[in-house]
Write a protein that binds this ligand. Sequence first.
Ligand code: 5AD
Ligand code: SF4
Length: 440
Amino acid sequence: MKKVYLETFGCQMNVSDSERISTTLAKDGFEMTADETVADVVIFNTCSVREKAEHKLFTRVGHVRHSGRKPVVGIMGCVAQLEGETLFKKIQGVDFVLGTRAVGRVSAAVDASLSGNGKIVDVGERDDDYDWTVADTHRHSPYVAFVPIIEGCNKFCTYCIVPFSRGREISFSAKNIVSQVADLRLKGVREVHLIGQNVNSYKPESDEGLERLEGKSAFTKLLRATAATGIDRIKFTTSFPRDFRSDIVDAIEDHENLCNWVHLPVQSGSDRVLRGMKRGHTIDKYFKIIDRLRSSPRDISITTDIIVGFPGETEEDFRDTVELVEYCGYDMAYIFKYSPRPGTPAFEMEDDVSPAEKTIRFLELERVQRRVQNERLKRYLGKTVKVLVEGSSARNDSLTGHSTCHKVVNFVGNKEMLGEIVEVEVNEVKSNSLFGVLKQ
Ligand code: 5AD
Ligand code: SF4
């Protein structure tokens, strides 16, 4: 049996694709291995959102090639989709290149490469009968499942490569999503993540499965429909500010199993920069959403993405971003330095914030966020949070899992609790995790 090692970079959609790649390969007679050194085939499922992720890929392929063995090397995901056959020239030793929609044809590509059939490239469309299911054995967690509800992106924010690497938005059938969630629940999954580049832009072709549900948008109705399956916890990511309506918060307030966490990337605190980014929302509109989320009795945790050093960003624009971070009091913020991506509209703009200045802004914003975050997180001290126990340490009796507000929570307990939802009283707060004791 030929062994395949698969390494994943980037977002949850890539993690989700990788689960289906593994499921497909296993079904077709390959053995998935976590040990790169025994693999006959090494596949990288790639990310192109920033240059850094691409560089990491080049380094990793070089490492495999110089390891002395000669496994088949395949590149999948966003870099594969964007580069196609030019990747054979850019990286030595690549055998196949499969784009974001060719995931279902991975076994054929691996077979052909193993038989020495030359270089294979497939950046074509998905087959109509593409199988979206993930085998229980190939999910990233037995208790948590990612369910894609919308794929691709139509927003064309000027800095972003995703609309080019992932193509146009396609919303999946609501009826199908709801039955997947119901099925996962029966199989013992405790938490589902409804995933997509912009989940709240969800617009399926038909209303089937959403009839008679409350909500102004198909997304809110979908939230209510999945909540009605009775699964323990539902999280959703990523939300797009322009399409974020307050009825989403109403749904969270009505259904305990809709989790109290919203990831809402703002990107900048300056209206001028937001216009340059073509985000389609203003800071005023964004603050209104934040105010609605903050006023909720569900104590909703809010996380975001921010880019510093976008073309034309002045010191004043940056000050607006610092002010925004102070105002919003994020539970967590992913901060990035602007990275010009060839093919995007912003690539044509002058990348006029120097690398040194980008670093200065990045570090300052990180410092401010850390301070704000530490202050915000104190609200958990002495509180009891519900934790899905997802992992245990081999050395001692420490357990780890996520709260409904998507914090990592560590505590002492018995391994038999894996997969259970338990109550933990928080007694220590660190920037990226909470610590506490199990309530009996
Ligand atoms: N440069 C820096 N950050 C980027 N992101 C997307 N494109 C770029 C880019 N060209 C960030 C955005 C997005 C997150 C997934 O990655 O903040 O929300
Ligand atoms: Fe990129 Fe904007 Fe689409 Fe997000 S919404 S994937 S940032 S283009």
